[in-house]
Write a protein of this length. Sequence first.
Length: 468
Amino acid sequence: MTEDYKIKWSKCLEIIRDNIGETKTNTWFSCARPISFVDNRLTLGIPSRFFYEKYEDEFYGILSSTLKKVYGEGVRLEYELPIIKNDDNSKVTIKGSTQSHAIKNKFVRSMQSSSPMGDSKSDKTPDFDPQLNESLTFENYCIGESNRLPFTIAEYIANNPGKNDFNPFFLYGEVGVGKTHLIQAIGIRVKERNPRAKVLFVTLRQFQNLMANATIHKQIPSFLNWFQQMDVLLIDDLQELSHKDGTANVLFPIFNHLHQNGKALVFTCDRPPMELDGIADRLIDRFKWGITERLPKPDFALKKKILEFKASKNGLSLPKDVIELIAEQSTGSVRELEGIVMGILTRSITLNSPITLQLAQEVMKHSIKKQEQKTINFDMIVEATAEFYRLNPDVIFSKSRVRDIADARQVIMYLCHKLTSLSSSAIGQKLNRRHATVLHGISAIADRLPFAKDLSVAVETIEEDLRS
């Protein structure tokens, strides 16, 4: 007897045929075979990656909506396909993407072709591209302890765009840690909940180019009016605003208008507001109205999670030892991790070789920028920790149990254990403490780190200072 999920797939083909026609259905879907349906996950067998890309690009909308209609909400799609044509031994399973239905434009138009200066006299809101990438959703964002707080804030804003609790949201962090993905996810969630919401993602450079074009054509009033109509304004790379007084003077009234009317403002930057040079204090003060949050580099656990996620998206199953090797040696940039996964995939296919530690090491030689290892010793850790806690280093060796001194002492134990080759006994001798006390101190810091934000910031700041 034919399984129920196969009958349902036949119904899906009928719906797809009604929407895209007989010819396209025969060309692109007649070869797809339903292989299994387990845990609300449908696996389709297809001939090659070319078909996978066609389904994900051209037919994603009709395919995903049809599956939900026939199989029900929450259905997930996976593809089984051979990496090498007609070679069943090279078959892999690739998860279907979780793109957003709210973002219709697969290819982003340029800002110039989607000019904001439409007919301002018309009652109809001009149709414009929100500049959102439908793949940059919350569902596609990996969460760990290191980025949980900024993720939670972003999701709250997306679910409550009319509230001023975190308005503006100023997100900063190094290149490649996922700032753009996180703020785009805000815009996508808002559009999913309210398709009529006016959401715009724009880089600061694009904003400057549009402003320059409006200035040339003497359309600054229309430019301001258009931006002031937004329900959610997402501006990326705000560091480009430094020493740009003209741009700041135009951004200022837009900021004021949107904030006063309860519209969401979100910014990303590579540094906190107070470190931005050449920006008027009145704009810096506006950023303080909301919340400023740092998006740190992924920690070890999150790097492993990202690697597993990126690998599964490309049909890879990375061995545990390979994942741990990459997580240990990578710098923490999400882009770097993506590059390593793609490099391993390409090299494995090219050499027709299984994924091993040796293969991963070969890929990482070309993917990870080698940094000179700085030797860190006990005295350096004591000095950096004392400086952070604003203590005289001598008090750390005393018997004092004052909270700040005790915390600093345990941080030193933890960092010495992590960054030096000293044994816990040796650390204890240097601090005039028993071996058991050192073990307790190391364990206490490790246990508190995931839950104590102040402590996490302290340890990370001291470690960055030592490595710089």
